[in-house]
Design a protein around this ligand. Sequence first.
Ligand code: SF4
Length: 122
Amino acid sequence: MNMETIKLICIGCPMGCDLTVETENGVPVSVSGNTCPIGKKYAEEEVTAPKRTVTSTALSDVGVPVPVKTAAAVPKDRIFDVVRDIKAARPSLPVEIGDVVVPDAAGVGVPVVATKRVAAER
Ligand code: SF4
């Protein structure tokens, strides 16, 4: 049996709790140091299928930058593909906060949404 102790800092909120995850054959069996359930979930995901929210910038159809982010965290090993789809998008202006810029980035089932209102050019 392969047991491992992994130290992490929770990114769930600014408290940044120090987490300790015990794994057996790569499977998390205990989490300690978390102040709330978010830390436990984060730790378990981080050692099995790590995810991150992606923030980036798309270019509108007239070349104006549109700040965007994924509406939820996406698998870390798919971030490159998500960014590629963001760079290929050409949203039409105006764009409102929350407008979907890419419906299903890289096929991971998470939309990419605008994080800033961008008015149409006059
Ligand atoms: S465990 Fe909870 S309280 Fe601690 S950093 Fe994570 S989200 Fe914040």
